[in-house]
Design a protein around this ligand. Structure first.
Ligand code: NDP
Length: 288
């Protein structure tokens, strides 16, 4: 059996065309959705992510503002910028690209963003709201995964969902969303005793670890839905290409549906960032 490929680029294109229409409607009401992106330092991966986010805004008919700081900037300077963006009624979403250099307290920076503009959904208030089941902004990567599952009408109620990874930005919110959708959720991490025991039980397996091809075909239940969040660059001697946390070639012979890397969850993450920013602007338009 060979799995069907869940094409994140194709799904993104269709979601983004709906978003562009919503952006146009807002612009007609003189509220052009605007995302402000703050980048500190010269991390090449972060620079690529920021560039892609800014470009995606333009294509969707949204505004974007970009603020770049050197790696040795004083945190107070960045916090001042965030305060100004919080106060700017023309800005609907604020994103600080992580990771930040060591002199920063990342939590303090995320807490400085006004919760109603926190389109990444990382502010403690928004994390709490998600936990309580009435999210204000759903973190973009797990939001994208849920949209992928929805687009394929993957049954979630009562399904065994196993998530590998427990980060604040992917694993934990992913678990909350799948619990809210009535899946039975297991979260695995680096201290999990027998990872394969858990992954082999999964009807839905989400891998968010950051280790190239660590999930082999023999760790996957036949017919499972496999969502690969990982993005890993192979060393030059192995070809230097991007791969996921799942051994795609082996897994696709076992799974029923699988996301590729690149072209799977990545594009959906950016799409849901646009969706959150537009939603924020629509709330302004509705007066709340
Ligand atoms: P983190 O490094 O924050 O978290 C990784 C998680 O994997 C941790 O919970 C860690 O466990 C767990 N882990 C590490 N080793 C193992 C192991 N051997 N077995 C089981 N679990 C393990 O990463 P992120 O969540 O930020 O990102 C994960 C991956 O997803 C990365 O490749 C990242 O690049 C990618 N990513 C992709 C996005 C996209 O748009 N597609 C967006 C965001 C991230 P412990 O907690 O015990 O340390």
């Amino acid at each position: 059996m060979s799995a069907r490929i869940l094409d994140g680029n194709a799904l993104s294109a269709s979601v983004r065309s709906g978003l562009a229409e919503r952006a146009l409607n807002l612009t007609a009401r003189r509220i052009t959705p605007c995302l402000a992106v703050v980048l500190v330092g010269e991390n090449p991966a972060s620079a690529v992510y920021v560039r892609n986010k800014v470009k995606a805004c333009e294509v969707a008919g949204m505004r974007s503002l970009r603020f770049d700081y050197p790696a040795d900037v004083k945190p107070a300077e960045v916090l001042e910028r965030i305060a100004a963006l919080n106060a700017d009624p023309g800005v609907h979403g604020i994103l600080v690209q992580l990771p930040l250099p060591p002199q920063f307290d990342s939590d303090a920076v995320l807490e400085a963003i006004a919760p109603e503009k926190d389109v990444d959904g990382f502010h403690a208030q928004n994390v709490g709201a998600l936990m309580q089941g009435h999210p204000r902004f759903i973190p973009c990567t797990p939001y994208g995964v849920m949209e992928m599952l929805r687009s394929e009408q993957v049954p979630l109620k009562g399904a065994e969902a196993v998530i590998v990874g427990r980060s604040n930005i992917v694993g934990k919110p992913m678990a909350m969303l799948l619990v809210a959708a009535s899946a039975t959720v297991t979260v695995c991490h680096s201290q999990t005793r027998d990872l394969a025991f858990h992954t082999r039980r999964a009807d839905i397996l989400v891998a968010a670890v950051g280790k190239a091809r660590m999930i082999g075909g023999d760790m996957i239940k036949p017919g499972a839905v496999v969502i690969d969040v990982g993005i890993n660059r192979l060393p030059p001697e192995e070809g230097g290409k991007l791969v996921g946390d799942v051994d795609f070639e082996a897994a696709k012979e076992v799974a029923s549906l699988i996301t590729p890397v690149p072209g799977g969850v990545g594009p959906m993450t950016i799409t849901m960032l646009l969706a959150n920013t537009i939603e924020s602007a629509e709330r302004v338009a509705r007066g709340r």
